[in-house]
Each structure stands twice: as structure tokens, then as C-alpha cells.
Ligand binder design. Structure first.
Ligand code: ADP
Ligand code: MG
Length: 709
């Protein structure tokens, strides 16, 4: 301190000292006179704001104030004039010499009335840095607050997803969480379905506090949003549009006036997710009463939430599919087990019935024609034949019945079926049968072909509850390379039966699963889902193919292609020619594991004059065959323990090449299928009558029997 050179003012402080103190002060201090001019300023004016003091002193006190803050400052000034001695404080922006703005806090006291001062003393502090720090802090707090809200929302969703059963409920939750967490006016979810050409409204959340947020959920034709969905589909990124800055796709497709005008949306964001082959979901965020800038972290949040939902839905779908597959497997295993059980029972019953019928036949033969017991024997035969019809039903259910393929005239079979079909489909459905010319013949089990056509007709009937037309057409048609690839057939000419209806038709999903066993859309108890799978089995077993065309509401057409039997001769129409059941003197090696049946068959054949070697299994039969000399016929059961009929037959053919074979069977066992060297062996189906047996044995020995397979 230079106290020596300075005149000391009363109180021990010199004026120079005071001036220095004021200039050293961190705040800008000035004196403003009553007319609003700056009378004096300290050096801080230059230090803080760059203004040379003499450029400011004498000038207007309001000259450096930001125009937007001016009014506030003038008010404070006026208030200060009105209340002398009172301090006022005000914040405003002040212009620096370099034209930048600083935020300042100014406090003043009106001492105009004090004769020793006569000015307003104003002290101004630069608070720009403090303000910036405060703003940054507030922004940070805001960010944290938002992140916390997002995290809580994501957490809530993942908790809820675990407990929500319905996919629909998960989507509703997503929409609600977006609406509440992002404080939207409206949030919607659409299912954009390209196949149906529709953006179907799935869910909507509205901000109840905002009366302007009215409901707009609806199904919108994709046509209207052609460019938007193309953008969403191709780029898989969101669309953002504002009433004052409309997005390009919306402008291009012309939907902008609708969205921003009619629907009064100020700002929107469309986020696509959950992409599948033919569409995707889209979540739509709307701000109605105010413009909204979509922050990057908000977009990230929407993405995270929808990804979470997408994963949940996918997981659910996979689980559902797996459950379905397991259920189908369980079902088919069950049906197979039931089938095997039914087949086994039927097999045993066939043996019993064959014996019953056989003994009754023998008894009948031995009774004098006028014997009163004839009536009773006929009764036994009638009941036994009825019982054998039941075993055949069981076998057909287990799909183990013996196939008896023969040459069938297609037109003949269809016209024979016509009256049955007419009764089957009822009166409100018209049946039109169109038989083509020279349709030719096919080679398969006629019972099976009838069953297939009946199944198709029954399905058609079920599809036409309210009536309609069922058309059955036969023709010969050429299958070209395309058709052959589709039907997995060889190129060529086929016999074709087309069954079409005018019923409800099928959607693509049904078409995909149509032939699967147990696939049915009918209510519990109405459908088994086995109809078409057996049609499929029958047609394919005959070397044919099947093609379906159908659309929802447009009816269905099933085209069955069957290989033509070019060698097949027509059976005379006058019914089956019965060859009298003659006997003979030849040697028959008979193999049957069922004791009763073996005894009966032996007795019956011996009764017709044959020499019979009876074996109870394959091993015994082989021993007999190697020691017994010439054998005219081997009559063998198919299903036997240890060695089955086919294996035995192959062994015997080695010992006696060219020996004649005849199988007796109630069902086709697996061992029988695909046996190329045995396809020509005839089969007599159990149960059979002694007459049937005698006739078939004779035919086979004489070389007249037509093969059964
Ligand atoms: P089921 O008739 O017992 O349901 P099917 O195997 O015969 O079993 O048929 C499977 C499903 O295929 C049916 O439930 C039905 O949905 C559909 N379907 C079959 N034929 C037709 C048809 N002519 N019109 C419409 N749908 C059909
Ligand atoms: Mg059916």
C-alpha cells in the first residue's frame, strides 16, 4: 500500500485507495444517474466484458442489454426509482465488446435521494459459467431420470412377459409401456400384413389427460401407405415425420395431409420390428398437441423394448410348435399302438372264425340234406360271417388289411358308387358325375379306391353345410414335366378323378398340413384328421399322386392321378364266375401255427382227396419238404413265430424251385411289404370258407390263380 504518497481521507482511507479497491473488485460496479446514463464504472467492465471505460461512461445504461431481457430490466429499474433505498436484483444477458453474450446477475440500490451520491449503485456479476454448469447438471439429471424410467419399464416388461400367456397381452403391454414411459399422447401397434395388404390395428394406448388424443385405431389398407411400408420393409429403420417437417415417404404416397392434417398428429415415429416372411409389426408413437423431437435415447429405448417383445413372441412360438409336434407324435404313437392292438386281436379272431366257419362247413357237408340241424349250422355260418365283417373293419382301421389289387374300370367303379355318394351327401348338395370317354382301367384294390373317393366326398359335404355342388369327373390326362415334378410322378398319361366342391375352401395354412395324419379343423368329435391321410396313403400305394387347389371361400378341387393299367382285361360284367370247389390228389404242405386251424384245414383238404403234410412252424415244414419228395403246393400262414411265411417260402423255393405257393393271411405284416420275389404269390384272406379254400387251392395248383399283389 502506498499510504505515504496518498492524502489520507477522514477515517484513514484515501480516495486513491478507494478507487483501487473498487477497480480490483471482481464485480462490475457502476453508478447510474437518474436519466439512465452511466456516470462511472470500475475497471471490471473492461476485464469482464472487454469494454474500454470511456466508451461506456456517459452512455445509455440499457445499451448493452439483450433485447429479450430489456423489458424485465426496465421494470426493475422503474421499481427501483419508485422505491428509493431498496435493493433490487435481476438476471439478464449483457453484450461484450466482441459481440458475444454473457449471463449476468445485477443488484442495484437507488441512492438518487442521497445528496452525497445521487446515483443508483449497480453491481453486476458474471454468472455465465455457473449457469452453464447448472444447465449441464440439470440435463444430466434429466438423462439419468429418463434412463431410470427406461430401465424400470424394460424390467416391468420382462417380468410381465414371463407371466403373460397371450401374445396379444404382451403387445398391449408394450404399447402401454411406451405410452407411459415416453409420456406420449398416443401409441399404437399395427400388424403390417403384406399378403392381406393391410396394416391391421392391434393395440392402442391414449393419454387420458389429453382430450386431443382421440382414438384412431383401425385397419388401414397398405395401398395408402405404399411408400412408408416399403421404406420400413426395406430399410428396417423408423420413419420420423412432423407437421412442419414431413417425411419423404409420407409426402410421396400422399398420406402426410391425412396423418398431420386430419388426424392432427404434430410429430410421429413409426418403428418396425418382429419381421416375418410376409409382414412385420409396427409401433407408432404420436404427439398430438405439441411438436416433439425424438431423442436418440428414446429411439434406442423403443428398439430395446420391441426387441424384447419380439424375442418373447418367438420363444413362445417355438415352445408352442414343439408342444404341438410332441402332441402329434404322442397321438400318432397312440394310434399306432391302438392299430397294432386291433390288428393283433383281429388276427387271432380271424383264426378262430376260420375254424368256426370251417367246422360248420364240414358239419354241413356231412349232414343229410333234409336234416333239421341244417338250420342251426346255417345260423352259425351267418353269425360267423357277420363277425368276420367286424374283424375286417378292425383291420382297415389298423391299415393292415390285405390289399387285393385288381384291374378296375374307373367309370364302372364311379358309377357304381354314385348312389351311395348321393345318400352320403344328403339332399341339399347336388351331385354331378361326369364320366370321360375311354377312361381306361387302373390297377388297385377297389375297396380302397372306393374308400378314398368316399373320404373326399365326405370332406366336400362337410365343407358345404349350406348346400352346393359336388362334382366328380373322370378322364385320361397327360402329366407334363411341371405336373410330374409337383406330383412326384413320371411324365405320362394317367387316369384322373377330380372331386371338386363349392364349399368353404381352405386357407394356405390348412393346405400346408392337409394330408398330415390327425390334422383336422373340425371340432372335437367331428373330425379325426385321418380321412385325407388315408386317401394319400391309398393313392400313393397305387403309384399315383394327388393335387389340391383351394382358396378360402372359393371351394376345393382334389385331383387324383392313377397309373393306367394298360394290360388289364375287363372282367365280364355278369358277376364273378365261381369255379366249382373241386378236390384233387396232389400233395400239399400246409404250415399253420394255430393248432385248431391246422387240424381243421388238414381234415378239410384230406376230405377233398389231397395228401396233406401239416407242419406247425417253418422249421418243421423245411424238414418235411426235404424228406417228402414232390410237393405240389405249399399253403402257409404269413405271420408265425420264429420263421414267418415269406422267409419260409424263400427257403422252400431253394429246395423245390418252381414250387407253387399260397399264403393265408388276415393282414399284411411288415415282412410282406416290398418283397420283390414274393409279389406274385397269391393270398387267401382269413377268415375263409372251406369252399373258398378248396377253390383257391385248385386254382393255384392248376396255375389259374391271379396273383393277389
Ligand atoms: P377330417 O375330415 O376328419 O377333419 P381329413 O384328413 O379328411 O380329416 O381333412 C383334414 C382337414 O382338411 C379338414 O378338417 C378340413 O379342414 C380340410 N379339408 C379337407 N377337405 C376339404 C374340403 N373339401 N373343403 C374344405 N376343407 C377341407
Ligand atoms: Mg374327412
Amino acid at each position: 500500500m502506498e499510504s505515504d504518497a496518498d492524502p489520507v481521507a477522514p477515517g484513514g482511507v484515501s480516495e486513491c485507495m478507494l478507487r483501487t479497491v473498487l477497480d480490483e473488485h471482481t464485480d462490475y460496479i457502476c453508478l447510474v444517474s437518474g436519466d439512465g446514463r452511466i456516470r462511472w464504472a470500475n475497471a471490471a467492465l473492461t476485464r469482464l466484458f472487454g469494454w474500454p471505460i470511456d466508451e461506456i461512461v456517459g452512455g445509455d445504461a440499457f445499451a448493452l442489454i439483450h433485447p429479450d431481457d430489456l423489458e424485465r430490466l426496465r421494470n426493475a429499474y422503474a421499481a427501483s426509482l419508485a422505491h428509493p433505498g431498496q435493493r433490487y436484483a435481476v438476471e439478464f444477458r449483457l453484450r461484450c465488446k466482441d459481440s458475444s453474450w454473457r449471463m449476468v446477475e445485477s443488484a442495484g440500490t437507488n441512492l438518487l435521494g442521497d445528496p452525497s451520491i445521487g446515483a443508483i449503485i449497480v453491481s453486476t456479476r458474471d454468472i455465465t459459467d455457473r449457469k452453464h454448469a447448472e444447465a449441464a447438471l440439470a440435463a444430466q439429471r434429466d438423462d439419468l431420470d429418463r434412463q431410470l424410467r427406461y430401465a424400470q419399464s424394460l424390467r416391468r416388461m420382462s417380468d410381465a412377459i414371463a407371466s403373460l400367456e397371450e401374445p396379444r397381452a404382451v403387445l398391449d403391454m408394450l404399447v402401454r409401456e411406451m405410452g407411459e414411459t415416453l409420456r406420449l399422447d398416443r401409441c399404437l401397434l399395427f400388424d403390417v400384413d403384406r399378403e392381406r395388404d393391410l396394416a391391421a390395428g392391434v393395440s392402442q394406448w391414449l393419454n387420458q389427460a389429453n382430450p386431443e388424443a382421440f382414438s384412431i385405431i383401425s385397419d388401414y389398407p397398405l395401398e395408402v401407405f405404399r411408400e412408408s411400408w416399403k421404406h420400413l420393409w426395406n430399410t428396417r429403420t423408423p420413419i420420423v415425420s412432423h407437421a412442419d417437417a414431413m417425411s419423404e415417404p409420407l409426402v410421396k404416397e400422399g398420406s402426410a395431409p391425412y396423418c398431420h392434417g386430419e388426424l392432427k398428429i404434430r410429430s410421429l415415429l413409426w418403428h418396425p420390428f418382429c419381421f416375418r416372411v410376409d409382414g412385420f409389426f409396427m409401433i407408432a408413437l404420436n404427439q398430438v398437441s405439441s411438436r416433439r423431437h425424438w431423442r436418440p435415447d428414446e429411439v434406442v429405448f423403443v428398439e430395446a423394448a420391441s426387441t424384447q417383445v419380439n424375442l418373447a413372441l418367438q420363444k413362445r412360438r417355438i415352445v408352442a410348435e414343439r408342444t404341438l409336434v410332441e402332441e402329434q407324435l404322442r397321438q400318432s404313437q397312440k394310434m399306432e399302438a391302438i392299430g397294432r392292438l386291433a390288428g393283433g386281436i383281429a388276427h387271432d379272431f380271424n383264426n378262430l372264425l376260420t375254424a368256426i366257419i370251417g367246422y360248420a362247413d364240414l358239419m354241413k357237408d356231412k349232414l343229410p340234406p333234409d336234416h333239421p340241424l341244417h338250420r342251426h349250422v346255417d345260423g352259425i355260418l351267418q353269425v360267423a360271417n357277420r363277425a368276420s365283417a367286424t374283424t375286417h373293419q378292425l383291420l382297415s382301421f389298423s391299415r393292415q388289411q390285405v390289399l387285393k389289387p385288381k384291374s378296375i374300370g374307373l367309370n364302372g367303379l364311379v358309377s357304381k358308387l354314385e348312389s351311395l355318394l348321393r345318400r352320403l351327401i344328403g339332399e341339399n348338395i347336388e351331385l354331378v358325375v361326369r364320366l370321360g370317354h375311354d377312361v381306361g382301367r387302373v390297377r388297385m384294390d377297389p375297396g380302397q379306391l372306393e374308400l378314398a373317393l368316399v373320404n373326399l366326398a365326405v370332406n366336400a359335404r362337410d365343407a358345404m353345410i349350406a348346400g352346393g355342388t359336388l362334382t366328380m369327373t373322370t378322364s385320361v390326362c397327360a402329366v407334363d414335366a411341371d405336373g410330374a415334378a409337383r406330383l412326384r410322378l413320371a411324365v405320362g398319361t394317367y387316369a384322373c378323378i377330380v372331386v371338386s366342391d363349392t364349399g368353404v375352401g381352405m386357407d394356405p395354412e390348412t393346405l400346408r398340413h392337409l394330408f398330415e395324419p390327425f390334422f383336422t379343423t373340425k371340432e372335437l368329435g367331428k373330425g379325426t384328421g385321418l380321412g385325407l391321410s388315408s386317401v394319400y396313403g391309398i393313392v400313393h400305394a397305387a403309384g399315383g399322386g394327388i393335387h389340391v387347389e383351394s382358396r378360402l371361400g372359393k371351394g376345393s378341387t382334389f385331383s387324383v392321378y392313377l397309373p393306367l393299367d394298360l394290360a388289364g382285361e375287363s372282367t365280364p360284367s355278369g358277376g364273378v364266375q365261381l369255379i366249382p370247389a373241386r378236390g384233387g390228389a396232389e400233395t400239399i404242405l400246409m404250415v399253420e401255427d394255430d393248432d385248431t386251424l391246422r387240424e381243421l384245414l388238414g381234415e378239410a383238404l384230406i376230405g377233398r382227396g389231397y395228401r396233406v403234410l401239416a407242419a406247425h412252424d417253418g422249421a418243421q415244414a423245411l424238414r418235411m419238404a426235404s424228406t417228402s419228395g414232390h410237393i405240389d403246393l405249399v399253403l402257409s400262414d404269413v405271420v408265425m413265430p420264429q420263421m414267418n411265411g415269406p422267409t419260409l417260402a424263400r427257403e422252400l423255393m431253394r429246395i423245390h424251385p418252381g414250387v407253387r405257393l399260397l399264403f393265408m393271411s388276415g393282414y399284411t405284416a411288415d415282412a410282406f411289404v416290398g418283397d420283390a420275389d414274393l409279389v406274385n404269390v397269391p393270398v387267401i384272406t382269413k377268415p375263409f370258407s372251406i369252399d373258398d379254400l378248396a377253390r383257391t387251392v385248385r386254382e393255384v395248383i392248376d396255375g389259374r390263380a391271379r396273383t393277389a399283389r
